[in-house]
Structures are given as structure tokens and as C-alpha cells.
Write a protein that binds this ligand. Structure first.
Ligand code: SF4
Ligand code: SF4
Length: 231
């Protein structure tokens, strides 16, 4: 349940109620807020249906109408397969399969009148640690991943790639391989991480680099990067 872009909203004309077209649900699952915690605690939404956008990852911000680094971690409903369409959107019935229990952001969304939704952006967001509660083992795993596998500074990455290509690519290769090793070990050690990897660790770093025209390829046991025309 992503907010529609400024252009989408402008095209809504004189709409005054939900047409149940489902477009908002195909643009991505809802971000979760404090009020939604009970949905997880009661098992109505399992953690394996969540994905984490780590603080600093690029995401669309409907307030600025730009894709930019997030100021806080966002935990949201995951997409379906490789699509962004919310995993709870029933494409055949064209509706929400958890309508009565849908999160706050879904209930607040009125594409023709976005004020209420905009008020929720980056406000009272649920984090992984909030959701994990007293599970110290998984809390430590999340903290260790954040510390051992930090994200690069996405705000300046394009510029740094232009200025110091070789050094930056070498550093990024170190980071993507470290991130992958961390994940492989965590998944090997725990069935929980296997099922909840996207929630616990977010998306692998190498996937996030596609936005910077960085192509990933395998060489031996390692991932390597190729940037634009750089060989
Ligand atoms: S939970 Fe339901 S209403 Fe919310 S984004 Fe998913 S399908 Fe849409
Ligand atoms: S809120 Fe808007 S985009 Fe979402 S289902 Fe209703 S009419 Fe469609």
C-alpha cells in the first residue's frame, strides 16, 4: 500500500470515495506502525510476510515525491514473488485478503485525499527490534548484521562512483560479499532466518546496487561488480 505519486493523485479528478481498483496495493505493501503491533503479536500477520527497508536504503517518499534514502527503518508487507504487489492482494478477487485486519496505513489511504496518509509517513514506524520484542537471539542477529554489514551512503554513491570508481567498486565488492556470507551463515544456522530473511536482514546489498547501474556477476566464490561501461 504505497501512497500514489503526486501525478497519480492529480489524475484522480473529482473522486470522493474508494473505487476499489487495487492500484495502491499493486504499488507495494503497507509500512507498519505502532498501532499494527498487535497484528504481529496475535499471529494475524506472520513475520515471513514482512520485508525490511533498512535505514538509509532508497525508497519513494510521497512527501518529497522523490526516491531518496530513508531516515528510519521501515518494516512493510512484502510483495508477491518479484513484484511489488502486496502479498495480501488477491488478484483474482481484486481485493485485500485481510481486509478486516489490514494495517493502519491501508485503512488511512484515500488516494483522492492523501492528507491522512501523508501524516503517517516516517511517523511511529515499527522497527525490527519492536517486532522481535524479547527474542534476544534474533535481536542480536539484527544488530550484528547492521554493524558488520552497514549500507553505503546511498545519497552520495553516484557521485563517489564517478570520482573514485576503482576504490569505490572494490569497497562495494567487499561489502556485498560480506553481506552474502553473513546471510548464508545465518540461514544455515537457523530455520527461522531461512523463512524470515527479508524481514530480519532486509534485501541483500547486491540487489540494492542495481539502482546505481552496478551489474553483479559471479567470479569463483565471489560476487563482482561492473559499473556502466567500466570493465
Ligand atoms: S494489506 Fe490489503 S489493503 Fe493493505 S496493501 Fe495489502 S492488499 Fe492492500
Ligand atoms: S484507495 Fe484509491 S488506489 Fe487504492 S483501491 Fe481505493 S481507489 Fe484504488
Amino acid at each position: 500500500m504505497e501512497l500514489l505519486s503526486a501525478t497519480d493523485i492529480k489524475n484522480r479528478g473529482k473522486q470522493i470515495s474508494c473505487r476499489q481498483c487495487g492500484i495502491c496495493c499493486t504499488k507495494g505493501g503497507a509500512a507498519l506502525h505502532g498501532e499494527d503491533l498487535f497484528l504481529l503479536q496475535q499471529g494475524l500477520i506472520p513475520r515471513q510476510d514482512l520485508i525490511t527497508i533498512r535505514k538509509g536504503e532508497l525508497a519513494y517518499n510521497p512527501i518529497t515525491d522523490k526516491v531518496q534514502p530513508t531516515k528510519a527503518e521501515i518494516v512493510k508487507l512484502r510483495g508477491t514473488g518479484r513484484e511489488w504487489t502486496c502479498c495480501y492482494y488477491d488478484t483474482l478477487a481484486k481485493g485485500c485478503s485481510i481486509y478486516e485486519k489490514r494495517p493502519l496505513a491501508c485503512r488511512a489511504l484515500k488516494c483522492w485525499d492523501p492528507e491522512e496518509s501523508l501524516g503517517l509517513v516516517e511517523t511511529d514506524l515499527l522497527s525490527r527490534l519492536d517486532i522481535l520484542g524479547e527474542d534476544e537471539q534474533l535481536q542480536e542477529l539484527v544488530k550484528a548484521h547492521n554493524s558488520i554489514c552497514p549500507l553505503p551512503d546511498f545519497a552520495s554513491l553516484s557521485q563517489i562512483l564517478q570520482q573514485e570508481t576503482v576504490r569505490t567498486i572494490a569497497e562495494l565488492e567487499t561489502l556485498i560479499n560480506r553481506d552474502l556470507s553473513f546471510r548464508n551463515k545465518a540461514v544455515e544456522d537457523s530455520g527461522v532466518v531461512f523463512k524470515e530473511e527479508l524481514f530480519l536482514l532486509g534485501r541483500p546489498l547486491f540487489q540494492l546496487l542495481h539502482a546505481f547501474d552496478l551489474r553483479v556477476f559471479q567470479e569463483g566464490d565471489c560476487l563482482r561488480l561492473q559499473w556502466g561501461g567500466n570493465t
